[in-house]
Design a protein around this ligand. Sequence first.
Ligand code: 5RP
Length: 224
Amino acid sequence: MTQDELKQAVGDAAAQYLLPHLEERTIVGVGTGSTANCFIDALARHKHLFDGTVASSEASAQRLREHGIPVYDLNAVDSIDYYIDGADEINHRLEMIKGGGAALTREKIVAAVARHFICIADQSKLVDTLGSFPLPVEVIPMARSHVAREIVKLGGDPVYRDGVITDNGGQILDVYNLRIDAAITLEKQLNQITGVITNGLFAMRPANTLLLGTDEGVKTLTAQ
Ligand SMILES: O=C(CO)[C@H](O)[C@H](O)COP(=O)(O)O
């Protein structure tokens, strides 16, 4: 199967996974990226079964609205049972690197509210050790150079993602060559640098379930 077919398969599987849990008042958290888009398209077939969604980006909100699915402000919502989103890398503890699509901060916020985080990914995203994919760090624009210097002190090689402005008005540094053997410690260290909005390590809040698209079908994995 192609990578696109695997993404569609996990998008469809996530919608099927949610079906028994969708009720009149259910709010679904929806992530960002090409895999999340496949999920949005699959979820649209069941839009009459639930109340609406909270989206982790303007792009996903627009796609949801084009399907006629309501999108709520997170502040108007009491709770979210399920958050469905992709990842750039995920390990066997279901810790992730996210933010390839620059939506990491809102993704982390929606994930923090959600009771269950279901990651949807094709088999290329599952790794033994996080860090081949450069770690995105969202920064306040005026602090970009300061944050970059501090990241160099931590051993990383930050590269400015030129031209990208996030939905929050932030900028992105993609950090290469970081050793990510203590992911929670690194996630906290990066967030403590003044000027960092957040970073794309999801170790303090890993996924609860991984729906992994493989050539043998969609596998359901939990943290090991
Ligand atoms: O973190 C993200 C966006 O900020 C995405 O989940 C991640 O980049 C994966 O994207 P795709 O499904 O297109 O491979």
